[in-house]
Design a protein around this ligand. Sequence first.
Ligand SMILES: [Zn+2]
Ligand SMILES: [Zn+2]
Length: 386
Amino acid sequence: MAELDPEMLRREMTGWRRDLHAHPEFGFEEKRTAAFVAAKLREFGLDDVTEGVGGTGVVGTLKRGSGNRAVALRADMDALRIAEQSTASYRSGNPGLMHACGHDGHTAMLLGAAKRLAAEGGFDGTVRFIFQPAEEWGRGALAMLDDGLMRRFPFDEIFGLHNMPGLPIGHFETRAGPIMSAEDIFEIVLSGLGGHAARPHSGNETLVAACALVTNLQTIVSRRLSPADISVVSVTELITDGTRNALPGLARILGDARSFRPEVSAGIERQMRIIAEGTAAAYNVTAEVNYSREFVPLCNDAELVDAAFAAARDVFEPGNIAVAAEPMTASEDFARFLDHVPGCFVFLGNGEASAPLHNSSYDFNDEGLLFGANFHVAIARRRLGV
Ligand SMILES: [Zn+2]
Ligand SMILES: [Zn+2]
């Protein structure tokens, strides 16, 4: 079959990406985005397009030849509750929402790959195009899996990508093993007896205890976990019911912890409970710790990483392909699929001038679209070789 003109595909993907960018939708509310994706996939002539998988998820299926293996390619569709700072003609038209993580670009790249694979073929087997909702709050992949994704649309392995600010356009990175971290969140509630600011000794106020606890929590990573294990414990909020001239009887400490192994996550929780109870006791208040696991660590399969590097050599200049130096302590919902099949997640450059992800000035760089679409095509063809 005839190859699509890359320049035309690039222009088309740019149009889709900017349309999606102008209409950002929050996780599980990606109704317009999902309808846009499904309409395109049908237009490309896929064998099946199913909407409403796990809420607003879309799965497209493309079969060629007689091969019985299936490879899944995944993109995420959701935006963030951030007010965009942009003068671009395609800036967000939904106040307070923006594509600040480039999921508009990921969606456009996977649509481009679907268009190419549908038009050109070049593989033997089944490609599943998975457009997942609600990546940002770590619920979308599970929602699709809970809705029978593996049973209804079975596949043997899965690939995904994320744009990377700071990495030049046309550059590719991944690594075997852990590449993105687990995310745990915690809340510690200190309860005491508030009272008059002028008479602290007559109660058991919680603010000084909370300040000590915030400091003591810093010893979990530095003194209780192995230096060989990468981990982070960050307190992000301290809220009390105190006011001018009244000491608080209640203090809430909220935060976020990252790690790459379940044993480390368990160690953080265990130490947090010991330190919270011990610190609270030292200040005559009580502590209640609520600890929950939001994202699991993302571990790339070694064999599929080799395959991803081979596919990257079909698309990127040899000097622009690198082994990522270290795992990232950010988290990715893609990891949930890897509880079911092996997979590989890769990073593509979004340019050195790019604002950081989740920044109100961030924008996906359209110069990267063709690289992403072509990588998807290359990996599908390599894994479903004719
Ligand atoms: Zn994000
Ligand atoms: Zn993202």
